[in-house]
Design a protein around this ligand. Sequence first.
Ligand code: PDD
Length: 290
Amino acid sequence: MPIRIYVDGGLFDEKTAVIPVFDRGFLYGDSVYEVTRTVGGKPVDLEPHLSRLERSAEAIMLPIMPRPVIMNALAETLSAAGNPDSYIRVIVTRGAGELGLDPDLADKPRLIIVVKPLKLPPGDLYRDGASIAIVGVRRNLRRAVDPAVKSGNYLNNIMAFAEAKRAGAYESIMCNAEGLVVEGSTSNIFAVKDRVIRTPALEDGLLDGITRRRVLQIACDAGYALEQVHMRPDDLRLADELFLTSSVRGVMPVVRVDGMPVKDARPGTVTRELMALYDQFLARVAVGTL
Ligand code: PDD
């Protein structure tokens, strides 16, 4: 099943797709990006993803191309790939130019779209639950590059992930400089206690996850009490249930924190209900009723 990559108006495979060495996305991570998937061939939550891409671009003063240009390029790439379902990555770099940090050295923004066959995480992570490690690497300050900006510079998160992997965990959970829990390297975190669903407040410095928002909506519709809070590491350790969200993972149960079991170390009932409700949401996207 093919990979198709859109670069500068052309379609390529992974061997032939190239960008200039002087592209600032390559040199400095001077870019913004989004990741989503399709279901039934339809991109999931495309509008909010493109809105976030535009917000990220604005935050780093990157003059992004008009939305229809991105939507047309995406449709073209998806159709060329022809996968039953795809992973989608939309990247916009500031462009290429003379070496130097000055953003004005960039020629013009470059659009790159990667479409690959969708590969979901292994089923046992959903059946048995994943493990997380609360790592020492801190999430960037909001007054540095705000974590709400999905930029191409992920080194902080890469270091956090590597620390979790060394500890044998599936995902890292980062705290902010104040020691409050904020998010995973590529996921948002939720804790359930006495059937109340809590997740770190955006003001503590994290990505406004599209799946996070979707799950908050779904949980609200299902009548759950929801709170966006200042979350402490103990709120994770002492929770009844934990789960992660992200566009490709959906809702994934977590059963271990730093090697210690969460309750009975089995995916909880609230998490399992939200997983089912998220699947129903995907099914509605697939048939086009959403
Ligand atoms: N990452 N937090 C971070 C730091 C992320 O990179 C992501 C997503 C999320 C979840 O956001 P969303 O629900 O919008 O996918 C939270 C994507 C999946 C990635 O980089 O692959």
